[in-house]
Design a protein around this ligand. Structure first.
Ligand SMILES: N=CN[C@@H](CCC(=O)O)C(=O)O
Ligand SMILES: [Zn+2]
Length: 425
């Protein structure tokens, strides 16, 4: 039994496991001052005031050993959740930065065979063990920043064996690394060089060869598409996501990132779990998402790194679209594992309040990856994923910005980060 007491503040995020928070609900964090938490067998068994938790321990501990931890001066939140990453890849793309500073556009670099296609070459060349080693480093960093669950997309293989290779890496890491991974198939991330000028034929192989193989091996839960001018059209995206649905893969979509393209509308039409990016979403798209209950996964780090205007989070929240946030960790448009810095950007560049930001990276992010029944809030019965921040209250997380305030991380009731450092297994 673990008894945590004297937390300056616990942001429980309770009461939203059935439906993501939308509108004003995103402001409600279920705060407890001078809070106490009890964990048994990796699950929260009591959440309340320190005094109530002390009484619970006295009544229920019996002969069990009780580990006592003071969280004095600390703010406690659910383990942070990143619902949109491309972490399985080889190499890096720092050389693109100078090109972009000289005015090259993200899509120009891709069309010239760089960007996603460069990373695809490196990823195809890499053996599975190499990919494992590179990805572990990224997951270790995520954990240091308080991130205990990440969604992970394929999409740098762009041919069957290499898409499967990426997803097998996700599966192996999910079994071996403390961070939980949720797999998404994204074979339609770009048209590979061997299909240049023949996107429809590539779409056919995604639908006829890749999706069935991924589903048969049970390697993914979601299917995603880069629906964008110069990537995949709305019709191609619809065909791919509908084929995924037939095989049990729930749709997600990279939508309206670079131009307004109808991706949000398609997400609503298909009942997608989320539409992500949305920098150029139309007003009609926002309305349709709100009606269909599609979660907006916003990626302000990508806007920051591509030097673009971020998404209009305020309009989406006002319309009742549930908002989640993510790093979009990838080698081209957002090479960072610091979800806390993304939270700072959400607050300071998209004017999301500190409370909305926290809801977006916990319970709403859990909904965006279909995990809200088990994670995303500090509630009795849920998996004990927790972060203790060196912060007197949750507001401070967006105030003392761009530094790592993570002190302690619990994953499934085990301390994995202590004093900001990894505890060796
Ligand atoms: N926009 C498409 N895909 C990624 C970028 C991938 C890359 O540049 O390697 C994104 O979400 O930003
Ligand atoms: Zn992405």
């Amino acid at each position: 039994m673990i008894y945590i007491h004297s937390a300056a503040q616990i942001a429980t995020l309770r009461g939203a496991s059935a439906k993501p928070k939308a509108g004003k609900e995103m402001e409600e964090l279920g705060l407890i001052e001078d809070g106490g938490i009890v964990i048994e067998d990796g699950i929260f068994t009591f959440v309340g005031s320190s005094e109530e938790a002390r009484r619970y321990v006295a009544e229920h501990s019996g002969n069990q050993e009780v580990t006592v931890l003071s969280a004095e001066g600390r703010t406690v939140t659910p383990g942070l959740i990143d619902p949109h990453t491309h972490i399985v890849f080889s190499g890096s793309r720092e050389f693109e930065l100078n090109l972009r500073l000289q005015g090259a556009k993200y899509m120009d670099i891709l069309n010239a065979g760089g960007g996603i296609l460069y990373t695809t070459e490196r990823t195809r060349e890499a053996a599975e063990e190499q990919l494992m080693a590179e990805t572990v480093k990224r997951l270790d960093r995520f954990l240091e920043y308080g991130v205990t669950t990440v969604e992970a997309k394929s999409g740098y293989g762009l041919r069957l064996e290499d898409e499967l290779k990426q997803l097998r890496v996700v599966r192996r890491l999910n079994a071996s690394h403390p961070v939980d991974l949720v797999p998404t198939f994204m074979g339609a991330h770009a048209v590979p060089v061997e299909y240049k000028g023949n996107a429809d034929a590539f779409v056919r192989t995604v639908i006829e060869d890749m999706i069935p193989a991924v589903a048969r091996e049970e390697l993914a839960e979601f299917c995603d598409v880069f629906c964008e001018e110069g990537a995949f059209t709305v019709n191609q995206s619809r065909d791919i996501l509908a084929a995924g649905q037939k095989w049990g893969l729930k749709p997600k979509i990279h939508a309206d990132e670079l131009v307004s393209y109808g991706g949000a509308e398609l997400a609503a039409e298909l009942g997608a779990v989320s539409a992500d990016h949305l920098l150029h979403v139309s007003e009609a798209g926002i309305q349709r998402m709100a009606e269909a209950g599609v979660i907006a996964v916003l990626l302000p780090g990508t806007a920051f790194f591509l030097m673009a205007q971020p998404a209009n989070a305020r309009a989406m929240i006002a319309a009742g679209v549930p908002v989640a946030l993510s790093t979009d960790r990838n080698p081209g448009s957002s090479p960072t594992e610091s979800l806390p810095f993304i939270m700072n950007l959400a607050c300071l560049t998209m004017r999301m309040t500190p409370a909305e930001v926290l809801a977006a990276c916990t319970i709403n992010a859990a909904h965006a990856i279909g995990r809200a029944a088990t994670i995303g809030s500090i509630e009795v019965g849920k998996q004990a994923d927790l972060v203790l921040f060196d912060a007197p209250n949750y507001l401070y997380l967006q105030y003392h910005y761009a530094v790592n305030l993570v002190d302690t991380v619990f994953k499934k009731g085990e301390v994995v980060i202590q004093n900001g450092r990894r505890v060796s297994a």
